[in-house]
Design a protein around this ligand. Structure first.
Ligand SMILES: Cc1ncc(COP(=O)(O)O)c(C=O)c1O
Length: 468
């Protein structure tokens, strides 16, 4: 486990106020040099060690948040989200930065993304409708999906989204037939460049033999391009590719650029059209454990823009307008999960610390073997640290939240645990398993907290159960 002052914030000086609703006395540290330096910290930049074994984020005590809102609960540092969104815009000033809503979306996040000048990548009518409730500009929305439902397409076309990403040949005619007005719908073709990248087989989407995209190698992408060019209600704006998730190295992006630009040249040669847009998707890595490789946006940006300039020069193509779709790298570090310990079991030479959440609010360890670090907050002691396994409360032996973490030996029921790097793909993937109810999401900023999403109650669950 990381040492308090080293990773729980830049200024661990104990000057943070102990109450949840007072204005912070320390100013929030900006993500210093995020365009240049490693971003391999697991906590938000505002996190500081507070008295009594606590941590304060944006000037708000995590222990007090657990008390006030109950547990499990998710805390989201608004300024961290905004700083990371800005860092991407600074790293790629000429590109479009589109936030991948699947990482986490609520109405407040829609507003933050809009105010920071980003676009929005959605993959369902639900995400689209939520964005529309806040008046998010539809032309800045990109609709994805390997299997778009009739409702997804109807909603996208009614709202007039900027681009629809075609993921299979059979949806081309469906989209074309539904375009409402005289203006053509802009579409991108999602291509498979045949590149293996990403932290786990289940999140590698740039290689052949999985469900996403249209292969360049076997000609499916070329067939889709030809079909779209023959549909007057559609305007083929460019190509899209998304390699996967937690990609810790910029080189796969550079290689994807080379392969996709070669395909752009092929399209020009065959059809005489020069496509103006190239969307490289997301997948940029974050640190889940202290020291995990997590290149800053500037590192990816440099590699991508250099490869793009070189490849376009080689094929005599103008530079296409670039789009990137970061999700995790904007949201993960801004979020902290809070749990209360329900039981501590010492058995078979191991210590199991069981908490009041688990795979229903964070399925990532069970899905991908994801690792986390954990810290007790709100109770200091001189007890030595011991290796423990933090498990959830669900009826699965695989409901393990964090393997081999260091926790104080005197850990006991009632203690509060904080799990950093919890902002992405946790609440958005939460399930109703065991009817425990999905957790609330609380925003913190400038020493204040506010509820963004309330806890799901038993009454919510009962109301959906409408038949006997
Ligand atoms: C098409 C597309 N774009 C962007 C993303 C965002 O990826 P990440 O959150 O890893 O940046 C995803 C994630 O699955 C995706 O499928």
């Amino acid at each position: 486990m990381e040492q308090a002052g080293a990773t729980a914030g830049a200024t661990g000086d104990g000057a943070v106020p102990a109450t949840a609703e007072t204005t912070a006395k320390t100013t929030t540290e900006p993500l210093l040099g995020i365009g240049e330096l490693s971003t391999a910290t697991v906590w938000p930049a505002s996190a500081v060690v507070a008295p009594g074994g606590d941590i304060a984020v944006a000037g708000v005590s995590l222990a007090e948040l657990a008390e006030r809102y109950g547990t499990p609960a998710y805390v989201l540092d608004e300024d961290e989200v905004r700083a990371r969104a800005r860092a991407w815009r600074r790293a790629l000033p000429d590109a479009e930065v589109v936030y991948a809503a699947k990482a986490f979306l609520c109405r407040a996040v829609v507003d933050w993304v809009e105010e920071e000048g980003l676009g929005l990548d959605v993959c369902s009518a639900g995400e689209l409708e939520l964005a529309a409730t806040r008046g998010f500009p539809a032309d800045r929305i990109v609709l994805h999906g390997n299997a778009k439902s009739p409702q997804d397409l109807r909603t996208a076309l009614r709202l007039g989204v900027g681009r629809i990403v075609v993921d299979s040949a059979c949806e081309i005619a469906r989209i074309a037939a539904q375009v409402p007005g005289p203006d053509p719908q802009r579409v991108l073709v999602r291509v498979l460049p045949g590149i293996e990248a990403g932290a786990h087989a289940k999140v590698r989407t740039g290689a052949e033999g999985q469900k996403f995209g249209l292969s360049i190698a076997d000609g499916d992408a070329a067939d889709a391009v030809a079909r779209i060019l023959g549909q007057s209600p559609l305007e083929l704006a460019g190509l899209h590719c998304h390699l996967g998730s937690q990609i810790t190295d910029a080189e796969p992006y550079a290689e994807a650029v080379r392969r996709v630009v070669a395909f752009l040249a092929d399209i020009r040669d065959r059809h005489g059209v020069t496509l103006p847009e190239l969307d490289l998707g997301g997948g940029f890595a974050v640190a889940y454990l202290p020291g995990d490789p997590a290149p800053a946006p500037g590192v990816y940006a440099r590699s991508i823009t250099e490869a793009l300039a070189e490849a376009c020069a080689r094929y005599g193509l103008p530079l296409p307008r670039l789009t990137v779709e970061p999700g995790r790298s904007i949201m993960a570090q801004a979020g902290i999960a809070l749990y209360r310990v329900l039981a501590v079991k010492r058995t078979g030479g191991r210590v199991f610390v069981a908490v009041d959440g688990g795979m229903s609010d964070n399925p990532r360890p069970a899905l991908y073997g994801a690792r986390y670090t954990v810290r007790r907050v709100g109770r200091a002691s001189a007890a030595p640290m011991r290796t423990a396994t933090v498990v959830g409360r669900h009826c699965e032996a695989g409901d393990v939240l964090a393997e081999a973490v260091e926790l104080p030996e005197d850990i006991r029921a009632g203690d509060v645990l904080a799990v950093p790097a919890s902002g992405a793909y946790q609440v958005s993937m939460a399930s109703g398993y065991n009817m425990t109810g999905r957790p609330p999401v609380i925003a913190v900023s400038a020493g204040r907290s506010r509820l963004l999403i309330r806890r799901e109650t038993f009454e919510d669950l009962r109301q959906r159960d409408v038949g006997l």
